[in-house]
Design a binder for this molecule. Structure first.
Ligand SMILES: [Cu+2]
Length: 636
C-alpha cells in the first residue's frame, strides 16, 4: 500500500493530478478493509513513522509540506482496542518535532507535548519511541505539537477497532480528513496575523464610535442588528482570522480541484469518519440531498441522531452514516465557517459521474448574542465615564469593551493578576470557602491589555447549531442533540466548579485564558486525582474557540440535571458570548495541555497546563468530600 501510494505521489509530482485520478478505480478495488484513495493505512502493533519535508502537490500546484512517510495527510493508523502499540517517530526535519495522539487516553509522558511530563520533543536525526496500551475504540487523529508544523501537513487519522462488536452497522467506510493548506510559510502567516492586527485599528474604531453614538443618542430599537454590523464595517476576519484568501481547503489531502473520490454501491450504508485536522478552520459539513446519521463524536459512540448539516470544530471528529440508494453521485461539502472557501469531494457509484457543488452561502454576520449583549438595554448605560472610558476606547476597540469598562468600574475589580494569578485554583477556593458559585464569578473578571471584551450576559448556546447556521432550511446538529450511547463511566455530581474565561485582544493578536497569555502564567490549573469537577467556560471574545483538554474526556453538561448519558468529548467549540460547562473526572495524574485548538490562538497564548496532582491514598475514594477538603488544605 505504501508503495502504491508512493507511486500515486510520483504520478502527481509529474504534474498531472489527472494521472493520479486515473489510478483510482483499480486502487479503490484493491483496498480491502479500507477502501480509500489518498490515505494509505498502516496496521498492526508496531509502526515506523518518519517526519520529512517533502514536495507536495495541492490542486496541481507544488508546495513544501511536512509529511509522515512521505504522505500528506500522514498514514492512517489502524489499531485494535486492547493492544499495546509501539510507534517509532524518526525526525528527518531540521527542527524538533513531536506527535500528539489526539483524544487517546495514555500515560502523560506518551502524550507528545514538548516540555510537558518529561517529553522534550524529538531532535533532528533522532528517533523517539512511544508505547501505550489502547483502552478505547473509535476515530481519532494525530498531529505535531511542535511550532506550526500542523499547518504544514503533520497530521493523520487513527481508527481503533473495538474489541467487542461495533454497535454501528456499515458496509463501507471512508476517513474524511479536513484540513487547511497554505502555500505561504506558516511562520510568515503568523507574523502577518500579528502585523495585520494593526490594520484593525481603523475598523474597530468605527465600532467604538458607533457605541459612543449609541450611548449619546440612544440605542434605537429600529436599528436592526444587521444594519448595525454593516455600519461597523466588520471584517470577515471577525469570523475566521485566516481565510480562503490564503487557504486551500483539503479533503484527504486533495483540494477542490482534485475532487477526492469515494465509491459506493447504491443501498450501502457508508460510514464517514470525519476528522477536522485543520490548523484554523471550523467547517460546516454536509452532503446536500443526503441525510447523515451521527453515530460517534470525538471517538465515542452517541445515540444515533439524524441531521443534514453539522459544524465541526478544529480537532473534533464525527462519524456519520449515509445511506445513498440512488445510482447517482453526491457532493461532500465542507464550507469554511466564514464562507471564504470550501473543501469538497464526491461519493459516487462509479468514476466519471459528477455532482453539483452548491454555491457558498452568504457570509454570516455576528449578532448581539455573539457579543453577549442583551438587546436594547444599553441606551443610557454607556454614557461616557470621562477619561477612563476614553482610555479604554483607545486601547480596546470593540464595542464590547465598553461593557468591560462598566463592569470593571462598577464591581471595582482589581487589576488582573491579583486574584487571578493562578487561574482557576484561587477562584475555586474562594468559591468553596464562601460556599457558592457567585463568589467565583464575582472574582472572575479578567481585565488588562489581553482582554478586549467581557461577555456581559453570556448565554447557554448548547442548543444552537453554531455561528452562521442559525437559519438554515434544513436540520443542523447541535451539541444538545448529542447523548452518549453508553452510560457515563462517572455519574457523580461535581464537587467543585472552576470557571475560566476565554479572552482575547484581536488587535494585538493576543489570545488567552482569564486574560493571561501562556507565557505569563506562573502555575498550572490544579486538579486533584479522583475528584469530579465542573469546568465552566465563558467566551468573552467574538470568535468560536474549539477548546481541547489532553488526557481526559469531559462530559458535556446539558441543562437537565442527572443526565447519565452526557456526550463525552475531547474538544468542544465555545461559541462567542457562550457560557458552557463540562464535567471532568480527574483520573489521569500528570501534566496535561489545555488549549484552544486554533493553532495560532494556541501559539498566541490561549493555552494552559492542567496538573492532576496525585493524592494520598486513603481508602475513602468514594467519599465525595474528601477531595474537597484536601484541596482547601493544600491551597491555604
Ligand atoms: Cu481560539
Amino acid at each position: 500500500m505504501l508503495n502504491r501510494r508512493r507511486f500515486l505521489n510520483g504520478a502527481a509530482v509529474l504534474g498531472s493530478a489527472a494521472a493520479a485520478q486515473l489510478q483510482l478505480p483499480a486502487w479503490a478495488r484493491t483496498g480491502a478493509a479500507n477502501n480509500m484513495y489518498g490515505i494509505s493505512a498502516l496496521s498492526g502493533t508496531e509502526f515506523h513513522l518518519r517526519a520529512d519535508r517533502s514536495k507536495s502537490i495541492i490542486d496541481g500546484k507544488s508546495g513544501r509540506a511536512i509529511t509522515i512517510n512521505g504522505q500528506l495527510p500522514a498514514p492512517l493508523l489502524r489499531w485494535r482496542e486492547g493492544d499495546d502499540v509501539t510507534l517509532h517517530l524518526s525526525n528527518g526535519l531540521d527542527e524538533d518535532t513531536s506527535i500528539h495522539w489526539h483524544g487517546i487516553l495514555l500515560p502523560p509522558e506518551m502524550d507528545g507535548v514538548p516540555g510537558l511530563s518529561g517529553f522534550a520533543g524529538v531532535k533532528p536525526g533522532e528517533t523517539f519511541t512511544y508505547r501505550f496500551p489502547l483502552k478505547q475504540a473509535g476515530t481519532y487523529w494525530y498531529h505535531s505539537h511542535s511550532g506550526l508544523q500542523e499547518q504544514s501537513g503533520h497530521y493523520g487519522p487513527i481508527i481503533i477497532e473495538p474489541k467487542d462488536a461495533d454497535p454501528v452497522q456499515y458496509d463501507r467506510e471512508y476517513v474524511i480528513v479536513l484540513s487547511d493548506w497554505t502555500f505561504e510559510n506558516p511562520n510568515r502567516l503568523f507574523a502577518k496575523l500579528k502585523k495585520h492586527s494593526e490594520n484593525y485599528n481603523f475598523q474597530k474604531r468605527t465600532l467604538v464610535d458607533f457605541f459612543r453614538d449609541a450611548g449619546n443618542d440612544g440605542f434605537g430599537d429600529a436599528l436592526s442588528e444587521r444594519a448595525m454590523w454593516g455600519r461597523m464595517r466588520m471584517d470577515p476576519a471577525d469570523i475566521a482570522d485566516v481565510t480562503g484568501a490564503t487557504y486551500t481547503y483539503l479533503i484527504n489531502g486533495h483540494g477542490p480541484g482534485d475532487n477526492w473520490t469515494g465509491l459506493f454501491s447504491p443501498g450501502e450504508r457508508v460510514r464517514l469518519r470525519i476528522i477536522n485536522a485543520s490548523a484554523m478552520t471550523i467547517f460546516n459539513f454536509r452532503l446536500p440531498e443526503l441525510p447523515m446519521s451521527v453515530v460517534q463524536a470525538d471517538g465515542l459512540n452517541v445515540k444515533p441522531v439524524e441531521t443534514d448539516e453539522l459544524q465541526i470544530g478544529v480537532a473534533e471528529t464525527y462519524d456519520v452514516i449515509v445511506h445513498p440508494h440512488q445510482d447517482k453521485a453526491f457532493t461532500i461539502m465542507a464550507e469554511s465557517i466564514d464562507r471564504s472557501g470550501y473543501a469538497r469531494a464526491i461519493l459516487t457509484p462509479r468514476m466519471g459521474m459528477v455532482a453539483a457543488v452548491p454555491p457558498l452561502r452568504e457570509r454570516p454576520t455576528l449578532t448581539m448574542r455573539d457579543m453577549a449583549m442583551s438587546h436594547g438595554s444599553h441606551g443610557g448605560g454607556h454614557e461616557p465615564e470621562a477619561s477612563m472610558h476614553e482610555q479604554h476606547a483607545r486601547m480596546d476597540h470593540s464595542g464590547h469593551n465598553m461593557n468591560t469598562d462598566d463592569r470593571a468600574t462598577s464591581s471595582s475589580a482589581s487589576p488582573h493578576g491579583d486574584h487571578n494569578s493562578i487561574s482557576g485554583h484561587d477562584k475555586h477556593d474562594s468559591a468553596n470557602m464562601t460556599g457558592g458559585m457567585s463568589a467565583a464569578q464575582e472574582h472572575n473578571h479578567p481585565t488588562g491589555p489581553g482582554v478586549v471584551g467581557l461577555a456581559e450576559t453570556p448565554s447557554d448556546r448548547l442548543n444552537e447549531p453554531g455561528l452562521g447556521l442559525e437559519n438554515q432550511p434544513h436540520r443542523v446538529l447541535t451539541y444538545a442533540d448529542l447523548s452518549a450511547l453508553d452510560m457515563n463511566p462517572d455519574m457523580h455530581d461535581p464537587e467543585r466548579e472552576l470557571e475560566l474565561h476565554l479572552t482575547g485582544n484581536m488587535e494585538r493578536y493576543m489570545w488567552s485564558f482569564d486574560g493571561k497569555k501562556f507565557s505569563e502564567v506562573e502555575d498550572a490549573i490544579t486538579f486533584h486525582e479522583g475528584e469530579r469537577l465542573r469546568l465552566t467556560l465563558v467566551n468573552d471574545t467574538m470568535m468560536s474557540h474549539p477548546i481541547h483538554l489532553h488526557g481526559m474526556f469531559f462530559d458535556v453538561v446539558k441543562q437537565a440535571h442527572h443526565d447519565h448519558t452526557k456526550a463525552r468529548k475531547h474538544t468542544i467549540i465555545v461559541k462567542p458570548g457562550e457560557k458552557l460547562s463540562v464535567d471532568v473526572t480527574a483520573d489521569a495524574v500528570g501534566d496535561w495541555a489545555f488549549h484552544c485548538h486554533l493553532l495560532y490562538h494556541m501559539m498566541a497564548g490561549m493555552m494552559q497546563v492542567v496538573s492532576v496532582k496525585p493524592r494520598a491514598h486513603h481508602q475513602d475514594h468514594q467519599m465525595d468530600h474528601s477531595g474537597h477538603e484536601m484541596h482547601q488544605d493544600s491551597a491555604s
